[in-house]
Design a protein around this ligand. Structure first.
Ligand SMILES: Cc1cc2nc3c(=O)[nH]c(=O)nc-3n(C[C@H](O)[C@H](O)[C@H](O)COP(=O)(O)OP(=O)(O)OC[C@H]3O[C@@H](n4cnc5c(N)ncnc54)[C@H](O)[C@@H]3O)c2cc1C
Length: 420
């Protein structure tokens, strides 16, 4: 029998399997995809950024959402439906928009992000992973003085909590990322967080999965998780695929099924408040890489991030609360393409851009659900709005909970001292 079965092989599932194997567990990972990292972790924005950890639920957010309700190309969009789970999510999100909740959530999101960033580096160095990582920091760009003023409070709060995100002049931003000098856009100011980084979450997941295999972890790919079945206080899982149509059980079952986690758990009356928020990305094969950024960027106004992944530029972001469809909205794709082209007009390759959508497994607070359920062998590690940033730390946190009970490294973790 397996010690642990991890359900899902996105960046969260693979990290979880890795830390469990490291703790000596015999682990099986199950996924319907042929390879790990093939759903939401496939083409995200690439940032591993403490400076980007601010939850979307903040005091000013409801006004922006209402203001943009009828704009099809709004960065954050709510498409009301008849799904009761959508309204439950929205209600809870509104409750998290108070100043007090925002501050608590921000602190926790930053702490988990910083912990995870440190562990991702450790894992990369130990196993010599190459996922186009760039440790050049993250620049947040502002297009108007007003936008800078609005962000001031968040920046100050992040600094107070230990994030080394500092306000810099436009000239300093252009020195940090010289290709911005070619931009058609006006940049009035910026912040820079030099400890943040970027890289390809899919490549990381696939390479870490290979490391896991060398550590003895088994992967059942092309295998659908059909149902979680209750037997007293324990759960087993019915799967169908490479292992045949059968039931599996283990001392620990960990649900890491991204946006599908809540649906799978619902029949067991386990209700993590996870709902999909659709995001878009474009991957541009650069014709003139010398005219494209190396430093990862965040365009605050358009809710977009830019990351250089080898000879490609990944531009990703926006959020759409509207159900489980991954359909591409042409208008939204065109807007992202236009923003990217305006910011880096000399980079070339925009006509060959590949479009993608993914469903963020989002929670109202912006914090993931990492916990045991009321069943003896059932755990959740899911609900990551920023799973690339928080994934490695979440995996370790959950593995520590399973293996060491209340004594986890994360519970004792403190943000590092400011370096400026
Ligand atoms: C546009 C966009 C940009 C983003 N940018 C960033 C960023 O810059 N930085 C950052 O930190 N985060 C970012 N994110 C968020 C990040 O990508 C996610 O948080 C992360 O990928 C979630 O990983 P996961 O493992 O939980 O989910 P997934 O990667 O979706 O993994 C879940 C796995 O479960 C499997 N599964 C589900 N149901 C079943 C079933 N019934 N049977 C078998 N298998 C099943 C799926 O096949 C999948 O492999 C972005 C997301 C989007 C959409």
């Amino acid at each position: 029998m397996y010690d642990s079965i991890v359900l899902g092989s996105g960046v969260i599932g693979v990290n979880t399997a890795y830390w469990l194997a490291k703790a000596g567990h015999k682990v099986l990972v199950v996924d319907r995809q042929p390879i790990p990292g093939n759903e939401t972790s496939y083409a995200n924005g690439g940032q591993i950024a403490v400076s980007h950890a601010e939850p979307w639920a903040k005091p000013s957010a409801p006004f922006s959402v209402i203001r943009d309700l009828l704009r099809d190309d709004a960065p954050l969009l709510f498409r009301p439906g008849i799904d009761i789970q959508q309204w439950r999510w929205l209600g809870s999100w509104l409750a998290h928009c108070t100043p007090g909740q925002w501050r608590n959530n921000l602190l926790e999101a930053m702490r988990l992000s910083a912990y995870s960033q440190q562990l991702t580096r450790q894992v990369q160095e130990e196993h010599q992973l190459d996922y186009q990582q760039k440790r050049l920091g993250v620049l947040h760009l502002y297009r108007s003085q007003r936008a800078m003023e609005v962000s001031q409070k968040s920046i100050e709060q992040m600094q107070a909590f230990g994030c080394n995100r500092r306000i810099i002049s436009t000239e300093e931003a252009l020195n940090i990322e010289p290709t911005l000098r070619l931009s058609n856009e006006k940049i009035v100011g910026a912040t820079y967080t030099e400890t943040d980084e970027s890289g390809d979450a899919r490549a990381y997941s696939q390479q870490l999965a290979e490391v896991c295999k060398e550590m003895g972890v088994e992967f059942a790919m092309n295998t659908h998780i059909m149902q979680l079945v209750r037997e007293g206080r324990r759960i087993h899982v019915r799967v169908n695929g490479e292992l045949g149509n059968r039931h599996l059980t283990a001392n620990h079952l960990i649900v890491c099924m991204g946006p599908w986690s809540a649906r799978m758990l619902r029949p067991l009356k386990v209700w993590p408040n996870i709902y999909p928020i659709k995001g878009y990305s474009i991957s541009v094969p650069l014709e003139h890489p010398e005219n494209a950024p190396n430093v990862s960027l965040t365009d605050e106004a358009n809710k977009l991030v830019f990351s250089r992944l080898g000879n490609e530029l990944r531009v990703a972001g926006t959020g759409e609360l509207g159900g489980y469809s991954r359909e591409l909205n042409v208008k939204r794709c065109d807007r992202i393409l236009e923003h990217a082209r305006n910011l880096f007009p000399e980079a070339g390759g925009f006509d060959q851009a590949r479009f993608w959508t993914g469903l963020r497994p989002a929670t109202p607070s912006g914090l993931p659900c990492i916990r045991k359920t009321r069943y003896d062998n059932l755990w959740i590690n899911s609900g990551h709005n920023l799973g690339w940033t928080m994934g490695c730390g979440s995996g370790k946190y959950l593995a520590d909970m399973i293996c060491n009970g209340d004594i986890t490294e994360y519970d004792r973790y403190e943000m590092p001292e400011l370096s400026y």
